[in-house]
Design a protein around this ligand. Sequence first.
Ligand SMILES: [Zn+2]
Length: 580
Amino acid sequence: MKNQDNEQFELGLSTEELERRTNKDALPSTTMLKVDAPEFENLAEGDKEALKHLVKAGKILEEVHLQLDNPKNIPFREFLKKEIANGNKDAEMTMKLFLGQKGMNALDTESNMINLAKGVEETDGKGFYPQDLKAEEFQNILIKMLKDGKDEEVAKIVNQRSVVFRDGENLKAVDYTELFKDEFEKMAQEFEKAAETSTNADFAEYLKLQAKALRVADPMADAYADKKWATLQDTPLELTITRECYDDTLSTSISENKELLQMLDERGIQVYPKDSLGCRVGIVNKESTNDLLKIKKFLPEMAKLMPFNDQYEQNIKPEGDSKQTMVDVDLLMLAGDCGAYRGGVTLAENLPNDDKMSLTIGGGRRNVYHRQIRLGAKPEKVKERLDAILDSEQHKYYNLEADHWFTIGHENTHSLGPTQGREKLGKYQSIIEEHKADVGAISCIDMLTEKGMYTEEQRLQILVSFAVDNFLKAKPELTQAHRVRSVMQTNFLERENAVVVNENGIIHVNVENVVPAAQKMLKEAIRVQLSQDVNEAEKYVNEYFVWDDACENVAKNVRKISKKLNGFLETPLADKLAEE
Ligand SMILES: [Zn+2]
């Protein structure tokens, strides 16, 4: 990076706004493992030593995330540091927000875009593309480059793992491993050191493969690392380099340009949105992992329930062994993209995603659940919310643990359904995929209850909690895949008389209608995925992404009692180990 040390900025928020957003009700923290955590104390010495190196690598990756998110992030942070040293209180508050959302721009819990510096707004291409590049020019340049026979360069531009720069009239792509050579080399060295002391041979082997993948511009190297990673079940430690593609809406804009799409198709070039990078470091919780594994034997049955399943291959086959591992993890850190608090932080992840090559060489997938995020919810806050929005008769069916059971169904359902051509759905691909995982999980509830996975009581709790949690605090933006799908589901459940909201914004769930409604939606979602047609996806999303009076009346009640606007993760043990 060039010398950006002295770049000047103007703070984006007023003193009053900063005070409102940084008080502890508006910006509560969630604490990862503490310095005296027994989970850490109980580890073998070699694993304790390995963790030191893993958190160091995580901190390095966080710097890469910041650059991919917005090229101004690091200069802005340096500017804030200087201002804070000069006693600027506003800069101090701005820094709190910056550290929580891990970047200058983020949506809050009410889907307001928060820009921490004046004039520095989020672009469609984030830090992956030139800041002044807009969709139309981008597409025209690609068409011209293809006409000029620059197919190979275009393929690099539209892959998941490159940053794109202007090159005269053209564009050029630089692979992450080249652009972040220094950072990745340091990370690779930390992984190798961790591999030396790790007490688990499989984990050590994964670390070595991951180190190698950071040093070469070759997706197959990642594939071998991912393949090994996905087999890890009985390891004391957890490390993931998360690669998820929710942020880049410039690449996905290509799906709206028929001429360009056809040219790419003819040349066999696939377009993928860019990967944001994150790093998860933790300790596997054996006991709660055993609870998770109970669902494993039912996965083939779930695969059988997927609609139209004779028309596609699934990651989990209806017959035979499922290559799916799952662990519940006590977290030391969520660094970079996966820990950026932008209205929330994810409860779990199922990786690698279907665009990754490990799945083409026989690799499976692995689910990792985030204990500290899940257990961070405060019971009194939950009760307050229920009082504000749910029929008091049904409070007994709302259960935080049920939300976890539902999440288990959701994550596993990501491994079900069609795997091909999701990228053809352009900016709707993530919405449809998240939606499929939700309604797929609910669709299987009756089968899982019959087979003894859940009791009848737990079944009711999952259904009521699901229906209630689809109601949001504010209307989301179309870029918020996880939230848009919630609104769609609420709308559908209303149409099917599965939820009813009175004029005071109080929800009643007609439980018997929830599963049939989810099954109907699942059929639609899979039909859209199979169509591989962005117009079908758009039609479907527009049909149900309707923020109606019911949504708004419930949201009003939530906003009245919840002052939370964002949050941040505290990582005391990781911070200490990184210093050692
Ligand atoms: Zn998901």
